[in-house]
Ligand binder design. Structure first.
Ligand code: OGA
Ligand code: MN
Length: 285
């Protein structure tokens, strides 16, 4: 290795240093891709990449998933374009509030995301960390009879429902992910297409289990989400401006932590498209 990898003290994640992401050679690319599959979360402190460089970095891992207005990288910010810190009643803040609940990106889309890249630009003094949780280790820790019960079950994922749960009624077309089509269905247990490791695939967008009464499904989803976010499977990063992270949405959940809403937090987000077979919803194949 030509760079330093410091694993975290949990079951996934590593801090990478001694490398600059805007100057990568092909042998370094292979090492980074390998580390990404091994650790599922890589944090690169102090990179200060431009948006263009961030997209170039993201493209190492696959094609870009185009977000709002076909943008490759979007700002996650509580400041409006005219410079005002937005209030909790505004649409954009309600969407950001949703990010504070454990989820995996684009599981509400017909093709879920492979990975996400997030970089810090402006960070409030208190709060605003990001946390990730290991859905592979959580699956491994389940008792055999639970694994057998869930191995063949499928859930619908629905962004309208997950926002409604936090009091945000969203109309079709209001933002990325709020579309007219039928909600996608994904297996509760996702086999990672590259490592073959099983992981729980739930998070806040999972809202129904096919063929199961609603209350029973809700209880099971609550239980599975709680398994993933047990403290031994969770890791938190406190951002400094310039840091950039990439994580594997196929096997981790993540969430933003709250912060003083009178202060600015600005992050840049890029999403990497899922594979046409392994990340496409069962009812869209
Ligand atoms: C995301 C996300 C969390 C954060 O970028 O998909 O959920 O800490 N971000 O901003
Ligand atoms: Mn997210």
């Amino acid at each position: 290795m030509k760079f330093k990898i410091q694993p975290t003290d949990v079951t996934f994640g590593a801090i990478v240093s001694g490398i600059h992401l805007s100057q990568l050679t092909s042998d370094l690319l292979d090492d980074i891709k390998e580390a990404f599959l091994k650790y599922a979360l890589l944090i690169f402190p102090g990179q200060n990449l431009s948006s263009k460089e961030q997209v170039e970095f993201a493209k190492i891992f696959g094609e870009i998933e185009y977000l709002v207005d076909n943008m490759e990288t979007i700002p996650l910010s509580n400041r409006s374009s005219n410079g005002r810190i937005m209030s909790d009643e505004e649409e954009q803040i309600k969407l950001l509030k949703g990010n504070e609940i454990w989820h995996t990106d684009s599981s509400y889309m017909p093709r879920a995301s492979k990975a996400s890249v997030l970089s810090a630009k402006i960070i409030p003094d208190f709060g605003g960390q990001t946390e990730w949780a290991d859905a592979r280790a959580a699956y491994d820790s389940l008792e055999k009879h639970i694994k057998e019960k869930i191995d063949t079950l499928n859930a619908t994922h629905n962004y309208f429902v997950s926002q409604a749960k936090i009091g945000h009624q969203v109309k079709v077309g209001a933002a990325y992910g709020f579309y007219e089509g039928k909600p996608p269905i994904y297996p509760l247990v996702k086999i990672h297409p590259e490592t073959n490791r099983p992981a729980l695939y739930v998070g806040r967008h999972a809202c129904n289990i096919i063929g199961m009464p609603e209350d029973e499904a809700e209880e099971l989803l609550l239980f599975l989400n709680a398994q993933i976010v047990k403290s031994q499977f969770v890791w938190q990063h406190s951002w400094s401006p310039g840091d950039i992270a990439i994580w594997d949405n196929r096997c981790l959940l993540h969430r933003a932590r709250p912060f003083d809403s009178s202060k600015e937090r600005l992050m840049m987000h890029t999403r990497i498209r899922g594979n046409e077979i392994s990340e496409t919803a069962l009812n869209y194949r």
